[in-house]
Design a binder for this molecule. Structure first.
Ligand SMILES: C[S@@+](CC[C@H](N)C(=O)[O-])C[C@H]1O[C@@H](n2cnc3c(N)ncnc32)[C@H](O)[C@@H]1O
Length: 198
């Protein structure tokens, strides 16, 4: 990934945030199906909030991030047994038929279009039957779309199409001017949801 992103400030401002709402929902969905806790993967874990939540919920968690400060923050609690992989998502082998839950929250948009689609394919291949994928991506109307041609911006239809091996349980779109995690205001077009493997 591009070296121009400095995640230090992001880590400081998000390390005490609550776990992602859609992730909490997805875990409840799995719990309501009485499924035994299996493996979970957080791609682009940032400060590790969601990875930690999954660990506390009883999953065997792997967290991947290419940023050193993110990996350090995620690994700070020695009591937690989260497997932290300091790697680019593109170089991480997402094995087939392994994970009960995968979360990619605001991370895959930093990949180019080709890699974005490839990783979405691998994710679908990697989720076991009845497992879930929790995602947040940037939409085509996002104000970064013109500034960052190296990133991926998708329409809701494109995301549904890219996730066609799964059933979309929920997909929500948000378009508004607001401050991001580091306080900078911009126009956000966010597409977020939960997909389930049949
Ligand atoms: C906006 S942050 C989101 C972090 C976390 N998922 C959250 O919601 O708090 C994006 C994260 O993705 C990571 N990231 C971006 N591109 C990546 C790549 N190609 N490989 C691994 N990590 C990547 C960054 O280092 C950063 O931690």
């Amino acid at each position: 990934m591009s070296k121009k992103w400095d995640w230090g400030k992001f880590v400081n401002s998000t390390k005490n945030r609550k776990p992602t709402g859609l992730l909490i929902e997805a875990v409840s969905l799995l719990e309501s199906c009485d499924s035994k806790k299996g493996k979970a993967l957080d791609l682009g874990c940032g400060a590790g909030v969601d990875a930690r939540f999954l660990f506390q919920k009883g999953y065997d968690v792997v967290a991947v991030d290419s940023c050193k400060c993110c990996v350090e923050e995620t690994s700070k609690d020695k009591e937690e047994n989260i497997k932290i992989v300091h790697k680019d998502i593109i170089d991480f082998n997402i094995d087939s038929n392994v994970y009960q839950i995968i979360v990619a929250w605001n991370s895959l948009q930093f990949l180019n279009d080709k890699d974005f689609k490839k990783v979405l394919k691998n994710i679908q291949n990697s989720i076991i039957k009845d497992g879930v994928f929790v995602f947040s991506f940037l939409g085509t109307e996002d104000s970064w779309a013109n500034k960052h041609p190296e990133m991926s911006f998708s329409s809701k239809e494109e995301i549904k199409e890219a996730l066609n091996e799964m059933k979309i349980i929920k997909i929500v779109e948000e378009k508004q001017n607001k401050a991001g995690a580091t306080g900078k205001v911009k126009f956000w077009h966010l597409i977020r949801g939960i997909a389930k493997k049949g």
